[in-house]
Design a protein around this ligand. Structure first.
Ligand code: ADP
Length: 256
């Protein structure tokens, strides 16, 4: 179980980006963090991983299976960031080095974090690519030789390389066309179920959230204002801001 308790974040410039956020995430489940731009979603996600700019003030607790993550020294946090939990970013932000083949990037990650020999790392990378629906031959390509959707599959494969229990994803399908977006969402759903992982996904897109998540947590002005099942959020929203979000969704549908 991943547990966030009363988490608050103040950036060095004094912005209170997250206030008293509390949520839990169980294995095999998907929780979507939804809200308009600037509501604090990404800050909450990065705070859970101890990845905030220097000088930020963070209070509260984050537990990964009872491990009090934020109280650990930086080096241990770094290890856990790969082994216990892993991060998938918006397609264009995944940090693949342009001058290295995918093979080199996978091998380097696995040598560093799993101590694998290069041949074992290559085999494992091939298996991971198959798991995300790509031919292992993609290992021989450079990032610019891969489409946006394929690159996002590679990023998901890379995030799985240490068999993490939790996947944290920040707008993982933004910048992709709608068909590719749906494919990536289905892929993430399948992986979470098959591996019994917990996934926290940040998205500004409520329709996307309802299509992927078991539960939705709505953020508004740095606070979580409602957490409920996707079905409840859509059919019986309680907080006025959630009601506004649902209304804007149906207005968009009417315009189509
Ligand atoms: P969201 O992900 O919902 O769009 P963010 O977490 O990115 O929201 O931002 C929440 C608030 O924190 C916003 O007011 C934003 O301007 C501010 N913010 C984000 N990153 C930083 C930063 N590095 N330094 C200072 N303020 C920041």
């Amino acid at each position: 179980m991943m547990e966030v308790r009363s988490l608050s974040v103040v950036y060095p410039n004094g912005v209170k980006a997250v206030e008293e956020a509390t949520l839990t995430l169980s294995p095999g489940k998907i929780l979507a963090l939804v809200g308009e731009s600037g509501s604090g979603k990404s800050t909450l996600l990065y705070a859970c991983l101890g990845l905030l700019p220097r000088g930020s003030k963070i209070s509260g607790k984050v537990f990964f299976d009872h491990l009090d993550f934020l109280s650990l020294p930086e080096e241990e946090q770094r290890q856990i960031r790969w082994k216990k939990t892993s991060l998938v970013l918006q397609g264009t932000m995944n940090a693949f080095t342009p001058v290295l083949t995918m093979k080199r990037q996978f091998v380097e990650a696995m040598e560093e974090h799993l101590n694998l020999k290069p041949t074992d790392a290559i085999n494992r990378a091939g298996e991971l690519l198959k798991e995300v629906g790509l031919d292992p031959k993609f290992l021989f390509r450079y990032p610019h030789e891969i489409s946006g959707g394929q690159k996002q599959r590679c990023a998901i494969a890379m995030a799985l390389c240490c068999n993490p229990d939790y996947l944290l994803a920040d707008e993982p399908t933004t910048a992709l066309d709608v068909i590719t977006q749906a494919e990536i969402i289905n892929l993430l759903k399948r992986i979470v179920r098959q591996r019994n992982m917990g996934m926290l996904i940040v998205t500004h897109d409520l329709a996307l959230a309802t299509s992927i998540a078991d539960k939705i947590s709505v953020m508004h002005q740095s606070r979580i204002v409602e957490i409920a099942s996707s079905e409840e959020i859509v059919n019986r929203p309680k907080h006025p801001h959630t009601i506004d979000l649902i209304r804007s969704l149906s207005m968009m549908e009417e315009e189509h």
